[in-house]
Design a protein around this ligand. Structure first.
Ligand code: CAA
Length: 249
């Protein structure tokens, strides 16, 4: 069944998983806006040229989603340009892996601010409008490591678990107005983030994945595309794992 053309905003939209989400949502007929951090201007320009060469309807929105004020400005500009945002994918995320013994306050705060506070900062700007219009899709990109914890990721695991707590609370507030809020929890995905791990650590993690391989970003994007679609209208407050069997519950 054909869906109306909707506007989708993807935070961290030029990253590994973010790019696949933007490509997939655009192919599914959304008008896609990819948010990127002000420090990524050059990558963003090249990214846009590549997406346009693919014939996709995408545009860019610069903004630091760890800042409430900058999120407000960024979302305001998107709404002014495209009229509304119907689908929000909170995908911006970083790692600062350290054993807890060595973790410093700056590493804790950076990860909580970018991965968790950003979800408040951006969703808050769009929430009232979604309730008023009686339609919205919020999709939070968490992680298997928010579900089971991970050695060296006290900051990341806390932020990612917090995202799903937010999902479950806000899903209850949006349900009666057809605003669904869901979490997708990827396992290990072939991106720059997992490439940054030490080779031996990465290999040992892969050997513990029942499918014996990492995910392709497009395999994560498929779950997001489904949750964004009309077919997923009755799914809210869920946490969908896409992890090759790494964690089951
Ligand atoms: N469980 C128990 N013990 C472990 C362990 C584990 N999972 N991993 C390591 N150890 C032990 C080691 O055997 C070692 O023991 P000894 O001192 O007795 O030899 C000790 O802990 C120190 O380990 P490292 O040598 O790894 O310590 P390090 O200080 O060099 O590195 C680290 C620490 C950077 C946190 C490193 O362990 C690491 O990168 N871990 C992986 C973290 C990870 O999974 N990050 C995911 C990034 S991708 C992502 O986040 C996306 C997503 O959503 C999945």
């Amino acid at each position: 069944m054909a869906q109306p053309t909707r506007v989708a905003l993807v935070t961290g939209g030029i990253g590994g998983i973010g790019t696949a989400i933007c490509q997939r949502l655009a192919k599914d007929g959304h008008r896609v806006v990819a948010n990127y951090h002000p420090s990524e201007q050059e990558q963003a320009d090249a990214w846009l040229v590549a997406r346009q060469a693919e014939g996709l309807d995408v545009s860019l929105a610069v903004g630091d989603v760890s800042s409430f004020a900058d999120s407000q400005r960024m979302v305001g500009e998107v709404v002014e340009r495209l009229g509304t945002v119907d689908v929000l994918v909170n995908c911006a995320g970083i790692t600062r892996d350290k054993t807890f013994k060595r973790m410093e306050q700056a590493q804790w705060e950076a990860v909580i601010n970018v991965n968790l506070n950003s979800v408040f900062n951006v969703t808050r700007q769009l929430w009232d409008g979604m309730l008023e219009r009686g339609f919205g899709r919020i999709i939070n990109i968490s992680s298997v490591n928010g579900q089971r914890g991970q050695f060296g990721q006290a900051n990341y695991s806390a932020a990612k678990a917090g995202m799903h707590g937010f999902t479950m609370a806000v899903a209850q507030e949006g349900a009666a107005r057809n605003v669904t809020v869901n979490t997708v929890s990827p396992g290990y995905v072939e991106t720059a983030m997992t490439l940054a791990m030490r080779d031996d650590v990465r290999e040992s993690i892969i050997s513990g994945i029942p499918m014996r391989r990492m995910a392709q970003p497009a395999e994560i994007a498929a779950a997001i595309a489904f949750l964004a679609s009309d077919e997923a209208a009755y799914i809210t407050g869920a946490n969908i794992p896409v992890n090759g069997g790494l964690f089951m519950h």
